[in-house]
Design a protein around this ligand. Sequence first.
Ligand SMILES: Nc1ncnc2c1ncn2[C@@H]1O[C@H](COP(=O)(O)OP(=O)(O)OP(=O)(O)O)[C@@H](O)[C@H]1O
Ligand SMILES: [Mg+2]
Length: 150
Amino acid sequence: MSALTSSGPEETRKLGEALGQAAEAGDVILLSGELGAGKTVLVQGIARGLRFEGPVSSKSFVLLGEYAGRLTLYHADLYRLDSTEEIEDLALEEISSDGVLVVEWPERGDVVLPEERLTLRFEVTGPETRLIVPEATGARAQALTEALGR
Ligand SMILES: Nc1ncnc2c1ncn2[C@@H]1O[C@H](COP(=O)(O)OP(=O)(O)OP(=O)(O)O)[C@@H](O)[C@H]1O
Ligand SMILES: [Mg+2]
């Protein structure tokens, strides 16, 4: 699939919701893009799609948020990750098998992440507009990409 466009936060949340509805245990979604690009807004939508009822916060200080919905959503934000010890403590690859793992700033650390993943690259194209470019590795990521297009 080619790039998606979003014309506001609610549209980005809806894209996330479609991902959350289609998600299966073991799915991995990586979110790249500058500060304020809309990564966390998308995660809020994923949580909604997984029928998690509470708020999803921006993980400024907590490296890993856990939200129990239809499946458990693990939300990691590696922006402030600095020591390898912290990274190892996170054990993201193990975590990913029993729920849905979503990682913001995956390029920040030398984190071991599953090879099969959906990467979404956010580009800020205006105050309210975003370009979201998907890149899928593996059959599950491909299925998630198709869910985005619906
Ligand atoms: N189309 C859009 N999609 C998503 N967010 C948008 C859009 N248009 C405007 N925004 C605004 O951009 C901001 C995105 O914030 P968000 O916390 O999701 O960014 P982020 O990519 O997670 O940043 P960080 O790297 O700091 O975690 C919000 O204030 C949101 O209201
Ligand atoms: Mg964020």
